[in-house]
Design a protein around this ligand. Structure first.
Ligand SMILES: C[S@@+](CC[C@H](N)C(=O)[O-])C[C@H]1O[C@@H](n2cnc3c(N)ncnc32)[C@H](O)[C@@H]1O
Length: 281
C-alpha cells in the first residue's frame, strides 16, 4: 500500500467496522467461499478500508449492505480479490515435488501409457507459480515424449486478480529454479528484471475461475490434485466436505497433495503415503 493509500485508510480509522457488519461479512464469505475470517477482523478492516473510502461510502455498513444485498458480481469480485490470501512461490514445499517426480509421475505415466494423457489439477493456484512448477516437472520428466502426450494442468482459483497475474505468467525468478530450467522454461520479459513462462509451459496450463465450494463437475477424473495451503482457511466441516468431493473426482490410485501445515482429518477414501501426500484407495 502506498503512503497516500495508508493515509487514506488511516483517516478512516474512527469508523471501524462494527460487530454486526463484521459478522455479516464473515458469514457471507464463509457460506459462499468457505474462508473462515471470524478471527481476522484486523485483516478485513485493513484490506477493505481504502476500497470503502475510495468508492465513496460513508463507512463499512453501507458498503457491506451493497455487497450483500445487491450481490453485484463486480463488488463481489473486488471483495474476494481483497480478502483472499494469494501468497505462493515457485517450487513451494520442494519435498512434494521430489515425491511427484520420483514416485507419482512414474506411476501415473505408466498407468496412462495407453491414453497418453495426464489429468492434474492445481486447486487454489493463486498467481500461477504452483501449476507452472507442476507443468515444468511433467515436461522435464517426459522429455521428448511430452510432445506425444496431453499433459495439460487445470489451474483454478476464486481470485480473478490472482488468475490475471497467473495468465500473464510474468515473474521475477527466484534462485530456487534450477539454472537449466530458467533458460528452458522462461523467456526474458519486456518488464525490467522479469521473465515470462515460456509458451511450452504456459500453453500447458489452463486457468479457470472455480469456487471450491461448488460441485466438481469436470469432464475427467484427476490423476493428481494439488490443493495446498487453501483448506487452511476453511473450517473442519468445509474441509471434510471438500475432501469427499476431491476423492470422488480422483481416479482410483490417484493422488492428493495438501499443504505441509494442513491436516487431512479422517477420510477413509485416502491412504497416507508421505507427509501431506495421500493416495485414493
Ligand atoms: C495461499 S494461496 C495457495 C497457493 C498455492 N496452492 C500454494 O500452495 O502456493 C490460497 C489460494 O486459495 C484460493 N481460495 C481460497 N478459497 C477458495 C475457494 N473457495 N475456491 C477457490 N479458491 C480459493 C485463494 O484465492 C488463494 O489464491
Amino acid at each position: 500500500m502506498g503512503e497516500e493509500q495508508k493515509n487514506a485508510a488511516s483517516s478512516f480509522a474512527p469508523k471501524e467496522i462494527s460487530d454486526g457488519d463484521f459478522r455479516r461479512l464473515v458469514n457471507f464469505i464463509q457460506q459462499h467461499y468457505g474462508i473462515d475470517l471470524s478471527k481476522k477482523r484486523q485483516l478485513i478492516s485493513g484490506r477493505l478500508s481504502y476500497t470503502v473510502k475510495a468508492k465513496g461510502y460513508s463507512g463499512f455498513g453501507p458498503f457491506i449492505d451493497q455487497v450483500l444485498e445487491k450481490q453485484d458480481p463486480g463488488d463481489i469480485e473486488l471483495v474476494i480479490n481483497k480478502l483472499t490470501t494469494n501468497y505462493t512461490f515457485f517450487m513451494r514445499e520442494q519435498e512434494h515435488f521430489n515425491f511427484f517426480r520420483n514416485t507419482i509421475l512414474p506411476d501415473v505415466v505408466k498407468r496412462r501409457q495407453g491414453q497418453r494423457m495426464l489429468s492434474i489439477w492445481s486447486a487454489g493456484c493463486a498467481s500461477g507459480e504452483e501449476p507452472y512448477t507442476i507443468s515444468m516437472y511433467v515436461k522435464d520428466f517426459l522429455g521428448p515424449e511430452a510432445a506425444h502426450w496431453d499433459t495439460r494442468v487445470l489451474a483454478t482459483d476464486i481470485s480473478q486478480q490472482a488468475l490475471d497475474k497467473a495468465q500473464k505468467g510474468v515473474y521475477a525468478l527466484p534462485d530456487t529454479i534450477p539454472g537449466a530450467w530458467k533458460s528452458k522454461f522462461f523467456v526474458p520479459s519486456a518488464e525490467e528484471g522479469q521473465y515470462q513462462v515460456a509458451p511450452v509451459i504456459r500453453d500447458n496450463v489452463i486457468f479457470r475461475t472455480f469456487n471450491l465450494m461448488d460441485p466438481i463437475r469436470f469432464r475427467l477424473k484427476f490423476d493428481v490434485i494439488f490443493c495446498r495451503n487453501v483448506m487452511i482457511y476453511f473450517n473442519q466441516q468445509t474441509k471434510d466436505d471438500l475432501l469427499v468431493r476431491f476423492c470422488e473426482a480422483t481416479e482410483p490410485g490417484g493422488y492428493l497433495l495438501i499443504g505441509h501445515s494442513e491436516t487431512m482429518g479422517r477420510n477413509p477414501g485416502y491412504r497416507y503415503l508421505a507427509p501431506a501426500t495421500f493416495q485414493k484407495r
